[in-house]
Design a protein around this ligand. Structure first.
Ligand SMILES: Nc1nc2c(ncn2[C@@H]2O[C@H](COP(=O)(O)OP(=O)(O)OP(=O)(O)O)[C@@H](O)[C@H]2O)c(=O)[nH]1
Length: 410
């Protein structure tokens, strides 16, 4: 693939090229027109000069005084733009002649230019009392043409330089209006792509088309930002739903197992103990059957709230499903800590719950404790121990409303 050119380079080259071409074309045409006009003017001048010379040398030709004729030529033609003058007699023989300054580079160039410009020699007839006595022929030295061409070229160069500079200046202004907004747009697009910075916006451009482009781009970014926010919100909701129980808001079984695994790993790594508390409502089915499902829900929500209020920061209370709850006590958590928590939970649960219907519930809970590593070295054995401990308590629930079974002490 070929090298891509920048907009800056293309616009600058186009402006410069156009300015130079326009100047060269206009300058050359002006120079040519000037040359044509100057040639006509020089031919007329030369013709007048030839007539004047013919009049002056008339007497010398009539009296055949070639020396006088030569002197008259020299006298008249010095500094008059004539390269050569020849006076011929009636038979066409050279009677007298005059040569301008010795030909140097400038003189040769002038004469070449005169030939190039087709500057014709001027011929005037010498008459004496109406009879032809000879002719005077003058050739221009082309110096006026050369001066004009040189001055014209210098002026053309100066104008070209000025118009080139003006062209570049205009190109720079135009580029500023065109390139700056495009660069800002590219910068924002890059930041959005790389850093998801959808809050960025492009500043308004001066040119209407680019301003419209920027406005559309900003509107697109706005939509992208809204969609991103919606997506994040949906993700958060999904995550919340995937890891939390919808009724109580507590972490669900999946989340509980993750926390338990992590706590076991931390405890094992630090050589510390951690504990697991299993809690199950007693005769919960009766609450549903007697007071209705809504009352059962209210009780579950209240149990969750009371449980949450008793755990330490870093501990995780979860609802495993139905009327089953559990607490992961983060390491370090000893048997004594677990017993203390179970006692606090039992006390909190004993508080009566007044239903919206006016009825009063007195929740009864059975709790089982398992401590790592004494009652289980991994998640499965710990879960099994806590569950078994809880069911042993439940089996004896007739004697106490809330009980805690400590397997380690049996
Ligand atoms: N209101 C309500 N009830 C639920 C929910 N999830 C499960 N249940 C009910 O909870 C009851 C649990 O019954 P069981 O496991 O026999 O528990 P229990 O009646 O407390 O019996 P024991 O544990 O042996 O004392 C069932 O009737 C379920 O229908 C819930 O989200 N809300």
């Amino acid at each position: 693939m070929g090298r891509s050119s920048s907009l800056r380079g293309v616009v600058r080259r186009a402006h410069l090229g156009m300015a130079l071409m326009a100047m060269a074309l206009a300058g050359s045409l002006l120079l040519l027109a000037g040359l044509v006009a100057l040639r006509v003017h020089l031919e007329n001048n030369l013709q007048l000069m030839a007539r004047s010379v013919a009049y002056t040398v008339e007497a010398a030709v009539v009296f055949k005084d070639a020396e006088e004729a030569g002197q008259a030529l020299a006298r008249m033609l010095a500094r008059e733009g004539v390269a050569r003058a020849v006076v011929r007699d009636a038979e066409g023989a050279v009677f007298a002649q005059w040569q301008g300054a010795a030909p140097g580079l400038r003189a040769r160039t002038g004469q070449a230019l005169a030939r190039l410009a087709l500057l014709a020699p001027a011929v005037a007839h010498i008459r004496y009392e109406g009879a032809p006595m000879g002719t005077v022929e003058l050739r221009g030295d082309g110096q006026a043409l050369l001066n004009f061409v040189l001055t014209g070229l210098v002026a053309l160069l100066a104008c070209t330089a000025v118009s080139g500079a003006v062209g570049l200046l205009l190109a720079r202004r135009m580029l500023r209006d065109m390139v700056t907004p495009l660069q800002a747009l590219a910068q924002v697009a890059r930041a959005v792509r790389r850093e998801r910075a959808t809050g960025l916006r492009v500043p308004p451009a001066r040119l209407a088309e680019l301003r419209e482009l920027g406005d559309d781009f900003n509107a697109l970014l706005g939509e992208l930002e809204d969609r991103e926010a919606l997506l994040q919100q949906k993700n958060a909701e999904l995550q919340q739903r995937a890891l939390h129980d919808s009724l109580t808001g507590l972490p669900n079984r999946a989340s509980f197992e993750q926390h338990l695994q992590a706590a076991i790993a931390r405890a094992r790594g630090a050589g510390q103990a951690m504990a697991l508390l299993f809690i199950d409502c007693d005769r919960f089915k009766q609450v549903n059957d007697t007071h209705g499902h809504a009352a059962g829900d209210a009780l579950l929500i209240e149990v969750a709230r009371r449980l949450q209020a008793q755990v330490r920061a870093g501990d995780v209370a979860a609802r495993l499903g139905g009327d089953e709850f559990a607490v992961v006590m983060a390491p370090p958590a000893t048997q004594a800590d677990a017993q203390a928590l179970a006692g606090r939970v039992a006390a909190a649960m004993r508080e009566p719950l007044v239903l919206e219907s006016g009825g009063v519930l007195r929740p009864q809970m059975s709790a089982g404790v398992a401590v790592f590593p004494q009652q289980g070295g991994d998640m499965e054995s710990l879960l099994h121990s806590a569950d078994a401990a809880m069911y042993e308590v439940k089996a004896r629930r007739g004697r106490r409303t809330t009980d805690v079974y400590e397997r380690a002490q049996r």
